[in-house]
Design a protein around this ligand. Structure first.
Ligand code: FE2
Length: 262
């Protein structure tokens, strides 16, 4: 097994992640669910993975699942399954998913319905970004989250960070055994695509960018948040200096200097 650190692990106070094996274009890139606990022990699942019984048990110790979120138009695979497990929870999705996956029982759509987590969790639409599919480019419609209490930015597909260590400092800090390593083929792929040991989109997304100005506006808003850590769905969590790394990654992506930003 390549990704064998597949259990719920605490990243900071009231925020956890769990990884799962996932292949993209034949490469093992893993996928990651983020779990956030709000005041009152309400639990948010962002980008749910397949929820095995042990994971369900671990989550139940944290609180009651109230929200299940598809953060973009591609991370919906286990959404309905999660809703079946937690029927009391609301399924929140990005604009466009209702048409794309009409069989999913959706409760609310970001930016169309009132969705407010108060000051505990902020979010924006990462506009103007497309992902490169094998035959075409597709709009992503990713919602990016900011958890102020832990100074954590939560991305899904708008940046990757594949490295040779397979270890994020957060995992070390939490005193968990770190045994996850991206296979050499993924590392090689990431080196070719420009996401090896650096926090940025791949060169594929750079080729199919939809609207440069919208992407820049989205990045500027993100960089105005006071985050230190970045969790993304694919790659090692960046624990330190993440804001600077993300800024540099998007300077490369946009071919533009963003140094005036704080
Ligand atoms: Fe993804």
């Amino acid at each position: 097994m390549i990704l064998n650190n597949q259990r719920l692990r605490e990243i900071d106070r009231n925020i956890w992640v769990q990884d799962q094996s996932f292949k993209y274009w034949g490469l093992e890139v893993g996928t990651r669910m983020t779990v956030i606990r709000l005041v009152g022990n309400s639990i948010i699942l962002i980008s749910p993975i397949k929820l095995e019984s042990q994971t369900q048990e671990n989550i139940s110790k944290l609180g009651t699942v109230k929200y299940i979120i598809a953060p973009n138009l591609f991370h919906y695979l286990y959404l309905q399954e999660a809703k079946n497990i937690y029927p009391q929870a609301q399924v929140l999705v990005v604009p466009g998913l209702t048409d794309k996956q009409p069989e999913i029982a959706i409760d609310k759509v970001f930016f169309e319905d009132e969705i407010d987590f108060g000051s505990e969790l902020e979010y924006i639409l990462f506009a103007g970004f497309r992902v490169s599919m094998i035959t075409q480019a597709a709009t992503l419609n990713e919602v990016v989250f900011y958890h102020p209490a832990s100074k954590t930015l939560i991305l899904t597909d708008t940046a990757f960070n594949f490295d040779g260590e397979g270890c994020s400092r957060s995992e070390s800090i939490s005193n968990h055994r770190v045994d996850r390593t991206f296979p050499w083929l993924t590392q090689l792929g990431a080196k070719i695509m420009g996401s090896y040991d650096t926090l940025q989109p791949s060169v594929l997304e750079k080729l199919v960018i939809e609207d440069r100005e919208k992407v820049q506006a989205s990045v500027e808003k993100i960089l105005s948040w006071d985050f230190q850590r970045v969790i993304m769905a694919h790659g090692s969590i960046v624990e330190n200096d993440a804001k600077n790394q993300l800024k540099k990654g998007y300077e490369w992506f946009l071919n533009k200097n963003l140094t005036k930003l704080k």
